[in-house]
Design a binder for this molecule. Sequence first.
Ligand code: CTP
Ligand code: MG
Length: 236
Amino acid sequence: MKIAALIVAAGSGSRLGAPIPKALVELAGEALIVHALRGMNNADVTDVVVTIPTGCESEFAAVLEKAGLDARLVVGGATRQESVARGLAQVDADVVLVHDAARALTPSAVIRSVVAALENGHRAVIPVLAVTDTIKKTDANDVVTETLDRASLRAVQTPQGFDTALLRQAHEQGKRMSESEQSAAPDDAALVELLGEAVFCVRGDAQSLKVTTPFDLAVAELILDQREAYSCESGR
Ligand code: CTP
Ligand code: MG
């Protein structure tokens, strides 16, 4: 079974607020995209397509070359969904792992679990965590309308693994949604769910947090420090 990864790194990182694209922001001296790509390679996934913001080809190429890493760079789109669709067009493999560059510290055990589930015949696989906060729905006046049953809720991470043909079909069918981040699918699995396909869950990891805000970057820095202190998963 031929495996490829598609790491989406074409976002600007508006909530992080850095003057450069989020994937180029450094964590312990190396760009988030370097950490994310090295994580894939550490899990033996070496055929990788990376979506990047338009006009940033030379910066991304230089950063990866300096780190001794290899990937095919593809200009992404205006929304994450569109970036995935564009990257997917360049993937040549039976199964594909779609991963956020912003989840720079995903342990290889999570990546390997997703791959193992694909090898066991699941066509759509997502890493998830149990939800620890109670989740409520509210209305426009900030009044609670419903308390959800936490036992059945899951927080979803990446990489999400798919049969490549299935994901292509899902993106083709959901193309119209990708015009804005508001109408776009929240993740790739949601597009596959719209086809009526089963999506299988494996265990995610808190270390696989998505760097969204400066607070997350500080947390990621701590995670990396701990890893190095205990020399597990160092990858460096
Ligand atoms: N992404 C992408 N193309 C886009 C938007 C997002 O490839 N048009 C990627 C980001 O680079 C990131 C992942 O999708 O790795 C998850 O998106 P998010 O964390 O929302 O990143 P940004 O969109 O860059 O951040 P923000 O929403 O704060 O602007
Ligand atoms: Mg975004």
